[in-house]
Design a protein around this ligand. Structure first.
Ligand code: FNR
Length: 376
């Protein structure tokens, strides 16, 4: 109503209410380079299309005449009550979208009570982001590279900065074949963007012959060499379990057997995700992988979901399929690029408003109580 009332005085919102239009608006205003990096995906984009197709295939069957005056969007995750089943996905290099980068996005998340997941590859050191967001709920996403000392140092720093959960991304031991970036020869990391956590890290610095400011190229090269580790196996998770006493969530799980393995190795949750189609071209749509993972571990592990969430009804569908919460990716990066912190807040509020309306109009009142029966 706030938006309609403002409209009566001629004030229309700066950003579209239809979040699927953000990419187009962002590209027109910010140019193709950075937006292309955010929008781009692996191969010919078939996984990204599969993500949309999988969500679109499921249809909500609304039910009528059920008192929906009082709605409850809150969910419990890892012993914490969240106001809504939503967190901001880890997205690296956000300074390509806005100079206030992760700090603006993290402040927006904190203001809306939504957990912010900070990427290892952020353009701002984790200490500054933590400071910017006060006591807002924050989780740390780990890119689990070759250097154990750097990994351990990241965990120590993240703990000291108040990050509660650790999100370990499994689907990026190597960067994928991303034609848009290849054609533009555009990879932010090679310009030193997304290296802030590494370049400020004592363990990383110890591996350099000269300090970062004296030889940036050598530092970037060292970063690229240790960033991913295609040699990792399930056995290696014991190291993380030993050095992180909070919840650990594995991001990028698509097969039920991998979810079972996560449980056997003492993990607390999984994110069913294909990295927004940015890693494996031709992959299963993430929402098609969700029911199998939920069936395998859903009653014991927290199953989260991302890849393709653009609307409130996508949130509804993911929850009905068994996800405990969803992570929002690209849309908030566009919101950030277009209008900094307020832009991200707009995106969060629009998504949750639409979700709440969809919930009520479909005859439901409790986000945590949705089941596949809500779908046709
Ligand atoms: C990502 N994603 C990502 N994931 C991660 O674990 N660490 C990271 O640093 C990044 N960086 C990143 C950058 C950009 C530009 C994008 C678009 C995505 C993946 C992200 O967390 C999430 O899985 C996807 O964004 C979900 O797909 P949609 O919904 O954005 O299409």
């Amino acid at each position: 109503y706030e938006i309609y009332l403002n409209g009566m005085t001629g004030a229309v919102p700066r950003l579209p209410a239809d979040l699927t239009r953000l990419e187009e608006v962002a590209e027109a205003r910010l140019g193709p380079g950075p937006v292309g990096y955010v929008a781009g995906s692996a191969g010919n984009g078939s996984t990204e299309r599969a993500n949309r197709a999988a969500l679109d295939r499921h249809r909500i069957v609304p039910r009528m005449l059920r008192d929906v005056r009082r709605r409850n969007l809150s969910v419990e995750l890892f012993g914490t009550r969240l106001p809504a089943p939503l967190a901001l996905a880890p997205i690296g290099v956000l300074s390509i979208m806005h100079p206030d980068a992760e700090c603006a996005a993290a402040r927006a998340a904190a203001a809306q009570g939504v957990p912010f997941i900070l990427s290892s590859a952020s353009s701002t050191p984790m200490e500054r982001v933590a400071e910017a967001m006060g006591d807002g709920e924050r989780w740390f996403q780990l890119y689990w590279g070759k250097d154990r000392e750097v990994t351990r140092s990241f965990l120590d720093r993240a703990k000291a900065c108040g990050f509660t959960a650790l999100v370990v991304t499994l689907d990026t031991p190597l960067l994928a074949w991303r034609p848009r970036d290849l054609d533009q020869a555009y990879l932010p990391f090679l310009r030193g963007v997304g290296t802030a956590n590494y370049f400020t890290d004592p363990a990383f610095q110890a591996g350099l012959a000269k300090p970062v400011h004296e030889d940036l190229d050598a530092a970037v090269l060292h970063f690229v060499q240790m960033f991913g580790d295609p040699g990792k196996t399930w056995e290696d998770l014991a190291f993380l379990r030993e050095h992180w006493d909070g919840p650990i969530v594995l991001k990028g799980v698509l097969h039920p057997d991998d979810a079972r393995r996560a449980e056997q190795t003492g993990m607390d949750g999984v994110v069913v995700s294909n990295h927004g189609g940015r890693q494996v071209g031709g992959s299963i749509g993430a929402a098609d992988a969700l029911p199998g993972v939920v069936e395998a571990v859903g009653d014991r592990l927290a199953v989260l979901f991302d890849s393709g969430v653009r609307t409130g009804d996508d949130v509804f569908k993911a929850l009905a399929l068994g996800a405990r919460a969803v992570l929002l990716g690209r849309p908030y990066a566009y919101g950030l690029g277009l209008d900094g912190q307020p832009g991200v807040e707009h995106v969060i509020r629009a998504l949750l408003a639409e979700f709440e309306l969809t919930l009520a109009l479909s005859g439901h009142t409790d986000a945590a109580g949705l089941t596949p029966e809500a779908l046709g």
